[in-house]
Write a protein that binds this ligand. Structure first.
Ligand code: PA5
Length: 419
């Protein structure tokens, strides 16, 4: 049966070291999966069905279908956890007959927003503003600008083009009630970076033509698997344990490395998940992405020969889903050794060559293998990494669900703006 697999760097730990660590922490697995009390206000994502039930999916899909029928462009307004999961899937799985998806509310650049507004000219525009705490400046500001744009263009018809995703009872819901916008729920018991599998992630994905039922099924089946596997075999637990063992040996940085640019925005989701969940109390492994082969020509040098503080988790897509044969011709262009070869295979050879070179260079290399890249496996990856991150935070003895550190710059900024 096809499934997501993980392999670990060999030879770094003796078996008793690993077994001892597993014994010490294995009770966490049961606590985590049984929705332990300590974090119950943040665990709404654990039982996938709580916020992604058949009814919830139907409501999302019905509205998404209407938007898709009329929209040329759909602007997703949100930052951090409020846009990362949707952007990861939408950018990796472009679907036909879907509106163009643009992103706003994730920076404060006048140039960016001006260009985005220019790109809307002459097109049928819909927007979705997503914010759990509707005080975040980036989405709040961009929502105002885009709402005013729609009102100028469509007058009384603007409201039908606006969806907002906020918590029940929030000022964002009040705006929806006052002005007739479509309202989606940002669950109170889910934080932004854990929100892939509820209205937050699923509505924009559905507008982009993503099969959200399949994605949710992937997550549910990963959940069933994690509930079944004992700690010693559990893919989420083992990954969490391994990265903690590595950080105890002073490996301070984890690089998620991939040879498919399709994983680029997924890596941004993953970086946010681990950075905000673990980087606190002076602790944590710093998460970065290796977008190969491009980055082999820059950071590849450091990885291979620089300070030994990095470990790598390679994302490998095993099932071939594209092909490009490099045709030979009568021009001698110095690359004749490529004649007749498939670019897919060449990329795979580059993957293996890099994996071997880094491993021999003393980099602990983990490998997560995906049989295919579709909605189902995105669902599996989201769920797997969210559970692994939660477990990893517990092993590190930090709260994986808060992010007090990001408030510091906000306090300074709000003060300067006279809020
Ligand atoms: O994971 C988180 O909770 C954060 O990254 C938030 O998603 C991010 O700060 C955006 O917050 P909000 O949705 O309240 O605008």
């Amino acid at each position: 049966m096809k499934k997501v697999e993980i392999s670990f760097a060999d030879g770094l730990f003796d078996s008793e070291e690993i077994a001892g660590f597993v014994r010490k922490h294995k009770s966490y697995l049961e606590g985590v999966l049984s929705r332990e009390k300590i974090y119950q206000d943040s665990l709404g994502w654990l039982d996938v069905a709580e916020w992604a039930s058949d009814d919830a999916l139907k409501k999302i899909e019905d509205r998404a279908r209407e938007v898709r029928q009329d929209a040329d462009v759909f602007v997703l307004i949100g930052v951090g956890g409020s846009n990362q999961a949707a952007r990861a899937v939408i950018s990796a799985l472009p679907r036909e007959n879907a509106p163009e998806i643009l992103y706003a509310g994730n920076n404060l650049s006048a140039d960016y927003l001006n260009k985005l507004l220019q790109a809307l000219a002459g097109k049928s525009v819909y927007i979705n503003a997503i914010a759990k705490n509707f005080e975040t400046l980036e989405p709040g500001l961009s929502f105002r600008v885009l709402r005013q744009y729609l009102e100028q263009r469509y007058g009384g018809g603007a409201a039908a083009r606006i969806a907002v995703t906020g918590t029940k009872g929030s000022s964002l819901q009040q705006l929806a009630l006052d002005h007739g916008y479509t309202f989606f729920t940002f669950p109170e018991n889910i934080g932004g970076r854990y929100s892939a599998l509820c209205d937050v992630g699923l509505f924009p994905m559905a507008v982009a033509g993503i099969d959200i039922g399949k994605l949710v099924r992937g997550a549910q089946e990963m959940r069933a698997r994690l509930l079944k596997e004992p700690a010693e075999e559990n893919i989420a637990f083992r990954y969490a344990a391994y990265r903690n063992l590595l950080q105890l040996k002073d490996y301070r940085l984890e690089m998620l490395s991939f040879f498919e640019p399709r994983f680029y925005y997924f890596s941004k989701w993953w970086i946010q998940l681990f950075a905000e969940s673990e980087g606190k109390d002076g602790k944590g492994v710093y998460p970065v992405a290796g977008n190969f082969s491009e980055d082999l020509h820059s950071i590849g040098q450091f990885v291979q020969e620089g300070r030994k503080m990095i470990f790598e988790t390679f994302l490998d897509l095993s099932g071939q889903d594209s092909s490009l044969i490099i045709a030979g011709d009568d021009k001698h262009d110095y690359f004749d050794y490529l004649d007749g070869k498939d670019l897919w295979e060449i990329n795979k050879l580059a993957f293996q060559a890099t994996f071997d070179a880094h491993r021999k260079g003393g980099i602990p290399c983990l490998k997560l293998t995906l049989p295919e890249l579709d909605e189902y496996y995105f669902g599996q990856l989201f769920y797997l990494f969210m559970v692994a991150c939660y477990l990893s935070g517990k092993m590190l003895e930090v709260n994986p669900f808060d992010q007090g550190g990001v408030e510091r710059y906000k306090e300074n900024m709000f003060k300067s703006l006279g809020k």
